[in-house]
Every structure is written in C-alpha cells, then in structure tokens.
Design a protein around this ligand. Sequence first.
Ligand code: SAH
Length: 351
Amino acid sequence: MNNGAYGLLPDDWARLCKEEGWPAFRAKQIVRGLYGDRVVDWQALTTLPGPMRSRLAECAPLQPLREVERTPSGADGVTKFLLEASDGERIETVWIPADGRVTQCVSSQVGCDMHCAFCASGQLGCVRSLTASEIVGQVAVLAQAMGQWPNNIVVMGMGEPFMNYDAVLRALRVLNCQQGPNIGARHITISTCGIVPGIERLATEGVQFELSVSLHAPNDAIRSRLMPVNHRWPLAELLPACDAYTAATGRIITYEYTLVRDLNDRPAHAAELIRLLRGRKARVNLIPLSPVAEFDGKTPSHADCLTFLDALLKAGIHTTMRRSRGKQADAACGQLRLRKLRESRHGTEKQ
Ligand code: SAH
C-alpha cells in the first residue's frame, strides 16, 4: 500500500497488522499514536517495538509535508501555510480561528485545471492530485504546529475536490473517524465548481458531509465567462443535480457567489439569482472578490455587497456574507503558491 499512513482507516490498520502477523492491539496503538499523540515520525512511536516501526516506515510511510512558509497572521489570527510534499510540489492550507473554534481550509490538488477566471490556483493548471495521505497530512502537520486538531474542515483550498474524488472522500473519512481526529461530518464541507458526476456520486455515499457549490452567476452567459466548467455542465444540468442531491440526502446545499463589481453584483443580478433559487432548498454565501493580479475584475463596494445581501434576505433566501479575512495571508485560493513560484522564477531569471 503506497497510499501513505494518513490515508488509512482503522479497519485498514487492523488488516495491515493481521497481514504482518502483529497482534490486533497494535492497530489501536498506531491509530492512537497518529491521532492522539500526533506523532509525525514512526520512530517517535516508542510504544511499538523497533522492528515494527521500521517495517511501518516501509509499508505505510509517514511522509509529513514540510512547512516552507507561514504568512504572519493578522489580528484575526488567520494564518496561511505553504507546505512541501516529498516530490517538492507545494500546496497551501489555511488556519482560520473564529469565535473559539478553528476551521482549516485544505487543498485537494497541486494547482487546478478548472481555470475559473478569478482564481489564482488555476492560473498554472493542475500539476497532480494529492493522495488521501497528503490531504490528511495537511491537517496533521498543522495539528502538530498549532497543538490542536481543527474543529471544522473546508475543502476550499487549491484544486477541485471532485477531480480527485476517491482520495478526497477517503481523507474526509479518516478525519471524520471517531478513533482519529473525530471531526464531525457536519463540520466538514466539500466545495465544488459544479462537477455534476461528483455531486451525483456524493449523493449515494451515505455520508453527512456538507456540500457547497460555486455558482458565482445568475445565468449561463455570466457563469461561462467566469467558469469554463459551465460549458460542460450548464445551469440546466447543475441545478437539477443539486436538487436531486438535496432530495436524496436531506442536506441543503450552500451556493457560493463571488461578487465582482458590475459583472454580477447589480440589483438585476440579485433579482435573477432570486428567481433561479426560488423554490429550491438553498443557502447562499456571498464572497466579495479577493483581488488577484491575473483577473481584471474589481471588488464591489461594501455598500453594494450589502444591497445584494439585503435583496436575497428580503426574498427569504438564507444568505451569509464571508467576512473579508486573511488579506495579509494571501488567503484567496492559490495566491501564496503563485507568488512564491513567481518569486522563484524571477530569482532564476536574475541569476
Ligand atoms: N474548486 C472548488 C474549491 C476551491 S475555492 C470550488 O470551485 O468550489 C473555494 C471558493 O473560493 C470557490 O467558491 C471559489 O470560486 C472561490 N474563490 C476563488 N478565488 C477567489 C477570489 N479571488 N475571490 C473570491 N472568491 C474566490
């Protein structure tokens, strides 16, 4: 199994111990070591005999992601980490404290192939998907650095989770499992740009994870300009798949809507969005655009954001607006990695 240690569920550890001829209680010790003691090196798990630790390093490698950079957190405590995998690829993860609880935003891929116009992660395409172990590994590294497991997980970092479906689901099951980090399913959110087969598949899993869908527009014309994925799965396919998901699971979907000045933030857009969502079980989360150099759209004024929010609320749509946080932390998806890649390229050019 070269999936890496963090990709294994308690049943997998039990099976592995059996295959290796180790007593069953060793599986419990391993899980407790990884998630209770937060060891990031098998040699540190001294309750196990030496040869067992060496064998584990071979058959279930613990390859922690190395911390490359930590952006200084502002007053709000939001801290963004740049982590490096064993092949040198870099990903971002963000630690977001709020009201005594912590949310960690994790990445599912190195880069992204979805090419949403305003998203820094997609500017350079997708290098590769992360393994389940690397997805859980992001949480394990921060748990060690920050001294606690986060309370909530959002898969809203770099990458499109449904383009890496199996690894993401496995990772979330590990994070959710009782003997592991034990993060409640309803505290785990997957965000997709609208990959319809992924939404259909999640509906059949029998899990209680939260689902967010990046909508960003009240019609196909605007959505296709912002999100190329809309050509493949336009609203007439996306929204029925979301309705079917809600009918099958009883879970209400949150639609993410990034507000871009003049492009989708006018009162007429709000009215169109209301018509689109009327009669649907839906929540809306408004996100004022976080400026990125590669996109010439502008952030709407705070007053315009509030007007948009108000219109939705008056129409009876459960709507929230994301507080603008983590600005110092380059917190929009993929911004920190992109900046570091550019810096290193400029560095090479200068040499
Ligand atoms: N690929 C997934 C998850 C990643 S991003 C998805 O598309 O849902 C999480 C959210 O942040 C998405 O809604 C994404 O569209 C949004 N986002 C990305 N870049 C942004 C920016 N510069 N400003 C505001 N929201 C942004």
